[in-house]
Design a protein around this ligand. Sequence first.
Ligand SMILES: C[S@@+](CC[C@H](N)C(=O)[O-])C[C@H]1O[C@@H](n2cnc3c(N)ncnc32)[C@H](O)[C@@H]1O
Length: 303
Amino acid sequence: MPDLPATHSPGVRGGWHNMLTSGEISNFNRHMYLGRRSAAAYVKYARRTGIKPAEATILSELKGEIKERAILDIGVGAGRTTPYLTELSRDYIGTDYSADMLAACGRQFPNVSFRRCDARDMSSFADGQFHLVFFSYNGIDSNGPEDRSKILREIHRILDEGGIFVFASLNRNKKTIRAYDWRNVRFTLNPIVMAGRIIRYPIGIWNQLQWKKYEVETEEYSLRNTYDTFHAYSILLYHIAPLQQKRQLSLHDFELMMVVNYDGQIVAPDAPDDSPEIYYVARKISAAAPELAPRGAQDTGKH
Ligand SMILES: C[S@@+](CC[C@H](N)C(=O)[O-])C[C@H]1O[C@@H](n2cnc3c(N)ncnc32)[C@H](O)[C@@H]1O
């Protein structure tokens, strides 16, 4: 039996016997991002998507403060966020643990600095080196609960006094599409895409039968077996709702400043919202933090 991670309080659902350690979850999930096929898919995704509405809202709120300040873009993938962040500051470094993702970034942005680094250990960066740390598109959620905590501590360390952490996390309030759901084989006129969906459908159901036993529900978060482009239902991703995320941030000495939904609207942490992902803006709490009133990040008090 694997060592039980300390942060796993007994699940509302999910038994000790089926629990994976945080490190096992992070390492299993890493296969989503490794390899050239995955990097090529993220290159396409970056071209197709550009900046997301939530990121546009956040950068327009923060641009005055982060102009020409040091930025770290963790889990940079194929560099989707690179042009928007380097437009604000040339003092920019993009990191990822996937060498193929970084190779794709290097080809596209030859004059930008990229470094291979696992967010769980950022000892190659100094204390207080950055004013803004960005971890977009749920990158943090492929890491297990203890590793998430490690990452939050590392980010706190490398931020300067009053530095800002912007990240996205999967929303626990959004219902997860199960492997057998017919939406996984929705019709498209593209015969190649349609054939891929049909082939992956039974594989997804089979994978979910193996992986579902590892799902966990706690007061704080869920670990859910979900879909990704190449590994139909063979991953376990962290999901959290905004109120619990606010508490988790505060336990790691961050003050939640802003919660932004998928459409780019600033919302209260306790507002009902079933966006698939939620963006958070948090400030490192320290004695010298500048006075800045949080925007919409206070609970409305209605529960
Ligand atoms: C969903 S992709 C997002 C890529 C890009 N930021 C975007 O928004 O298009 C998440 C990225 O985070 C990286 N990642 C996840 N956990 C990581 C960790 N512990 N250390 C470094 N990179 C990580 C993955 O390799 C992947 O490139």
